[in-house]
Design a protein around this ligand. Structure first.
Ligand code: CA2
Length: 147
């Protein structure tokens, strides 16, 4: 049987990566991060889809639809991490594993970033490894789709 695909989702403002605040989020653009993720996916022999949206509703819809087509989700929910009960409920209802990732270590930042609605329903959280958080997240998802 063909291996299941992994859906990689990016939340609001991550389309600005590489253009502003490089001291926090690094110098790579989201397109450059996608390239690195695609290289690792090829190495691991898995197919991925990589998407970004600034819209909470669109992200919720993508999460809802994922179970039909994907074996796992890797998500950087960005600011919705800390606010979105709707995304939490969508992940909770999903039925496939979700890995939460962050470029920065949200636990070392402002107190309002310490709580994640997604962490409560994700398999685990990877935060603080810069762009490598995406690669570690994909490795975690690759393991999860074998199980
Ligand atoms: O560290 C992460 O990956 C975050 O998910 C990034 C979010 C932030 O709200 C989370 O607390 C942690 C912010 C993404 C916005 O990215 C920007 C990039 C360049 C310029 C402005 C924002």
């Amino acid at each position: 049987m063909a291996k299941k695909k992994v859906l990689i989702l990016n939340g609001p403002n991550l389309n600005l990566l590489g253009k502003r605040q490089p001291e926090i989020y690094g110098k790579l653009t989201l397109a450059q991060i996608e390239q690195k993720v695609r290289m690792l996916a090829r190495e691991l022999g898995i197919e991925i889809e990589f998407r970004q949206s600034n819209s909470e509703g669109e992200l919720v819809t993508w999460i809802q639809e994922a179970a039909n087509k994907f074996g796992a989700i890797v998500i950087n929910p960005a600011a919705y991490t800390h606010t979105s009960l709707a995304m939490r409920d969508a992940v909770s209802a999903l039925g496939i594993p979700t890995v939460e990732i962050h470029i920065s270590n949200i636990h070392q930042r402002e107190p309002f970033r310490h709580h994640s609605f997604i962490a409560e329903v994700a398999v685990g959280q990877i935060a603080g490894f810069g762009v490598d958080s995406y690669l570690l997240g994909l490795r975690a998802a690759a393991e999860l789709i074998q199980e």
